[in-house]
Design a protein around this ligand. Structure first.
Ligand SMILES: Nc1ncnc2c1ncn2[C@@H]1O[C@H](COP(=O)(O)OP(=O)(O)OP(=O)(O)O)[C@@H](O)[C@H]1O
Ligand SMILES: [Mg+2]
Length: 377
């Protein structure tokens, strides 16, 4: 039976251990699509692989599924090494970008397919298909055909078909990218609810940062076949370990700076001629070059005459553009010859500045993050 009670389901732990996969293209040398990837997804957890096009997300997922054999490394589901198991011997449900439903089969037959392959009794199949269609919000759709369903409904059928066999793992590859923006937001909430309810260990692939942040327990940011950083959305946003991650998760001003002094856990940096003490995990030496991560929402525009308080720097700037977006105002403000992005939320209750205005740009040490120059590439 498909049980909705997580306690009754034992989600499996997925472990990738130093997985690499290269492809040889006609007349070219081997291309490393996935390089030395290690990742653990805890039982019932949803981990998203996030990264730009071509960074190896789908290849990683296909190795987990068994569609690709890794050149190096192992894949474990629970205690079992599944690296050499055929696709159909692994207990995995997939949902792809294209729904890939059988067009000539009814919704019932589409969902029942995996259960028939397993030769379950007809009454059991009927009951389970009914249950999962209910679960994905499509009760009573059994007799329809895929072309009589909207894109969102078809994707729900694809999800029903993946979960009906009670897999140990669920794999999603950009499942929402064919849907329009509004439906995507609605469907991602539904997928998230369903995944939590079933507590099936899940790997989800997307290149949409907001989608990843919305649904994931943890996110693995990938770049050129490598995992750049793994963490919760908040960890990645607040403590990116590289310029790449800082720029990929949210928007950022990267300001080059140098170290004035360093003491345990803090580094004093030069920010526009003022000294600011910033928390860090890295070791720095005086004089060393580094980069500061300044999120747009942590830059506040203040009157030109405003004085800096403790733990804050205020520098003069000029407003170069202003975009009013309702819940926020986006400014481009020029400071020391550089354009910075600054965000003001809740503009109805905040002072706004016009284009051309001379302002103070305030930045608090608490919201600044330091990055070593090496991590800036
Ligand atoms: N069968 C293959 N033969 C040759 N090269 C391949 C093959 N599959 C993938 N690649 C290459 O490996 C790299 C990673 O591809 P992959 O499909 O994993 O990227 P992705 O992160 O899923 O990108 P996207 O967001 O565009 O789907 C790409 O450069 C791709 O061209
Ligand atoms: Mg892909």
């Amino acid at each position: 039976m498909v049980t909705a009670d997580p306690a009754q389901r034992a989600g499996a732990r997925l472990r990738l251990e130093r997985v690499s996969k290269s492809f040889t293209r006609e007349g070219q040398s081997a291309f490393a699509a996935v390089r030395d990837v290690s990742l653990t997804v805890e039982p019932g957890e949803l981990v998203t692989l996030l990264g730009p096009s071509g960074c190896g997300k789908t290849t990683t997922l296909r190795v987990v599924a068994g569609f690709e054999q890794p050149d190096e490394g192992r894949v474990y589901v629970g205690e079992q090494d599944v690296t050499d198991l055929m696709v159909y011997r692994r207990s995995i449900g997939f949902v792809f970008q294209s729904y890939a439903l059988f067009p000539h089969l009814t919704i019932f037959d589409n969902v029942a397919y995996g259960l028939r392959v397993r030769r379950l009794p007809a009454a059991t199949i009927r009951a389970r298909v009914g249950q999962v269609l209910e679960l994905v919000g499509l009760p009573g759709y059994e007799r329809r055909f895929p072309n009589q369903l909207s894109g969102g409904e078809q994707q729900r059928v694809a999800v029903a078909r993946a979960v009906v066999v009670e897999p140990q793992l669920l794999l999603f590859d950009e499942p929402l990218s064919n849907l329009d923006a509004k439906l995507r937001v609605q469907m991602r909430a539904e997928l998230s609810r369903l995944q939590r309810q079933l507590a099936i260990t899940t790997v989800y692939v997307t290149h949409d940062q907001e989608e990843a942040m919305a649904i994931s327990d943890r996110i693995a940011v990938m770049r050129e076949g490598v995992i750049a950083q793994v963490g919760t959305a908040e960890e990645l946003y607040r403590t990116p370990r590289s310029a790449f991650v800082a720029q990929f998760i949210g928007r950022v001003n990267l300001v080059e700076s140098r170290v004035l002094g360093a003491t345990g856990g803090r580094v004093a940096v030069d920010l526009w001629g003022a000294s600011l003490s910033v928390a860090t995990d890295d070791a720095y030496a005086p004089g060393q070059r580094l980069f500061l991560v300044l999120r747009p929402e942590s830059l506040t525009l203040v009157p030109e005459s405003a004085k800096a308080t403790e733990g804050e720097v205020v520098v003069p700037g000029v407003v170069r553009s202003r975009m009013y977006l309702g819940e926020k105002v986006e400014y481009a403000v020029e400071v020391a010859g550089t354009l910075l992005e600054a965000l003001t939320y809740d503009p109805a209750r905040r002072r706004l500045f016009d284009v051309g205005a001379r302002v103070g740009v305030s930045c608090e040490a608490a919201s600044v993050r330091a990055l070593t120059a090496e991590s800036h590439s």
